[in-house]
Structure formats: structure tokens, C-alpha cells
Write a protein that binds this ligand. Structure first.
Ligand SMILES: Nc1ncnc2c1ncn2[C@@H]1O[C@H](COP(=O)(O)OP(=O)(O)OP(=O)(O)O)[C@@H](O)[C@H]1O
Ligand SMILES: [Mg+2]
Length: 283
């Protein structure tokens, strides 16, 4: 664990070299750019806590194929931006391309998240507490990513090899992080909310692939549909509260993200039996 002051004192001396490349915009953070082998992001409230977590992941060797699977926090550049190492590979855009939707990639995402959980287990966030969740703090089993969307996973050769954008990282449980990841990657949505590119997917078959690769227990499989529906209800309340702070959250709410979450909740509950059967089927 790196002491508080050591992280805060870290400066990245920009040598001015390296091509400036704009990175695909997400929903919330404005102004993420790449300069050479670094990524610059606006400094945020949680940046120091995230920095200590990224230091921990590097110190325990969170790597895939010998390469870092999470960015290094390099320090603040002269303009006061967070500077992180760039992880080479492909990342999905807002419209999911066919290569993002293969079963092999889905399986590798589950394995990457499991590897993250192993790497995170011994991390104690003592000196840099993460901001508390606004509503219903999750139980604290470990610190983990909590936002493993297709736009936050780096892919090489059709396999998930890196995680970026640790803005929502914080204390939670393995299973919550895993359920949240399944929701984004299977994806678990009412089919009316699926983009055209995802419409032909067999959602229950993909959920089973994800559950098997994540080694979910029998009881986790049994409770999954209800548990995920409960998380959807919580996420609706959190999103509504964040929307009050304006910016990207407010725009997402205006665009109907709350309705999408509520349809997901109902879709999960309507299919509770079928989902349980798929998850508990042999093979
Ligand atoms: N360290 C990194 N290595 C490789 N690519 C990165 C890295 N950080 C960001 N990217 C790329 O830039 C994109 C946007 O960065 P990031 O996910 O950090 O911010 P964001 O999604 O805009 O933020 P938010 O989710 O808070 O709105 C990512 O989807 C990814 O393509
Ligand atoms: Mg992102």
C-alpha cells in the first residue's frame, strides 16, 4: 500500500513528445486524450484512491501474457491532469462491432474479472478512502472495478487483456462486480433495448457461458435473476440521484437510461425460471 502523500506528490514531467490522439468519448468524463504511450484524464475526486489501487494491482503483478492488465498511475502532468499508462489493443466503441460479441471474448472477460478479484483481495484502502456510494453502500468484500463495460476493456487477439477507466472502483463484492459485468457483456437487457448489432444473440446461452467461466456457485446461479433485478432497482435510484448533479449523468437520464434499467428489471423477473434453468443446466 502506497502512503497517501507519496501518491499525491507524484508528478509526471511531460516531455512534450508523442502524438496527441483524441480517445472515444464516454458518457461522463470529458477530455480523455492519448499522448504517446500515456492517457491524460481530468483529475477527479476519486483519483488518489484509484491511484493507490492501481499501484496495488501493479505491485501484485496483475498482468496478462506478461503485460500490465491495468494502467499505471504515472502522476499529475504540468496541466494538473491524471497521467496513466496506455494499454495497447482494441476497445469497443459506443456501437458494438461484431468482434465485441463473440462467445470467446465474453468468456475471457469473465476470466479477466476473476483475475482482477484475485489481484485485489489483499488491497486495504486505508489511507485513501473511496467516495461512499450515494445510496446503499455495497457490502465490503474487496475493492474492485465495478464498471466493466465493453468500452472499458482492452482486447488483443479476440481476448480481454486489460481494464481501463477505474472511476467507479470501490468497495463491493466479487459477485456484484461479476453480475454487473454480465449485465453489460451478455448483455442483459429487454430485447427492445438491444442495439441492432446485438439482436440475434442468445442471451441465456451467453449468460451460462459467463457464469461457467466465472465459476458461479449453485446458490449464486439460483439467486441470480432476483439478485440482478434487485441491483437494477438500486442502479435506477443511484442514476436518478447522480442525474441531479447535472453533466453526463443528467443527459443519460434525459435520454431514458432509467426506463432501460426498469425494463431490464422486469425482463429479469419475468424470466426468473428460465434463467435459473439455463444457469443450472449441466454442460
Ligand atoms: N489506459 C488506457 N489504455 C488504453 N486505452 C484507454 C486507456 N484509458 C482510456 N482508454 C480509451 O479511451 C476511452 C475513454 O477513456 P475512459 O474510459 O477512461 O473515459 P470515459 O469512458 O470517457 O469516462 P467515463 O466512463 O467516466 O465517461 C476508453 O473507452 C478507451 O478506448
Ligand atoms: Mg470508459
Amino acid at each position: 500500500m502506497v502512503p497517501n502523500g507519496a501518491v499525491r506528490a507524484r508528478k509526471y514531467l511531460d516531455d512534450g513528445r508523442g502524438e496527441v490522439v483524441e480517445l472515444p468519448a464516454g458518457d461522463v468524463t470529458v477530455g480523455v486524450i492519448r499522448i504517446g504511450e500515456t492517457v491524460r484524464r481530468p483529475h477527479q475526486e476519486q483519483s488518489w484512491a484509484v491511484a493507490t489501487y492501481l499501484d496495488h494491482l501493479a505491485s501484485v503483478g496483475f498482468t496478462i501474457d506478461g503485460l500490465p492488465a491495468s494502467p499505471r498511475f504515472l502522476g499529475l502532468d504540468p496541466e494538473g491532469r491524471d497521467t496513466l499508462s496506455f494499454i495497447p489493443g482494441d476497445v469497443a466503441g459506443a456501437e458494438l462491432e461484431p468482434w465485441v460479441l463473440t462467445d470467446a471474448l465474453l468468456e475471457s472477460v469473465a476470466l479477466l474479472v476473476t483475475a482482477l478479484h484475485h489481484a485485489s483481495a489483499a488491497f486495504e484502502p486505508i489511507t485513501e478512502p473511496f467516495p461512499p456510494r450515494e445510496i446503499a453502500q455495497d457490502p465490503f468484500e474487496l475493492v474492485t472495478h465495478l464498471d466493466v463495460t465493453p468500452q472499458n476493456v482492452v482486447v488483443r487477439d479476440g481476448r480481454a487483456v486489460g481494464l481501463v477507466d477505474f472511476d467507479l472502483a470501490g468497495p463491493s463484492t466479487r459477485f456484484i462486480d461479476s453480475v454487473n459485468t454480465a449485465m453489460h457483456w451478455v448483455p442483459l437487457r429487454d430485447p427492445v433495448d438491444l442495439p441492432a448489432s446485438s439482436r440475434g444473440l442468445d442471451q441465456l446461452a451467453r449468460l451460462k457461458i459467463f457464469a461457467d467461466a466465472s465459476a458461479w456457485t449453485t446458490s449464486e446461479r439460483r439467486m441470480f435473476a432476483r439478485f440482478a433485478a434487485g441491483r437494477a432497482a438500486l442502479s435506477w435510484r443511484r442514476m436518478r440521484l447522480r442525474a441531479e448533479s447535472g453533466g453526463g449523468w443528467a443527459r443519460m437520464w434525459q435520454e431514458g437510461v432509467g426506463d432501460v434499467i426498469e425494463r431490464r428489471r422486469l425482463w429479469l423477473l419475468d424470466r426468473e425460471t428460465a434463467i435459473g434453468r439455463a444457469l443450472l443446466s449441466p454442460g
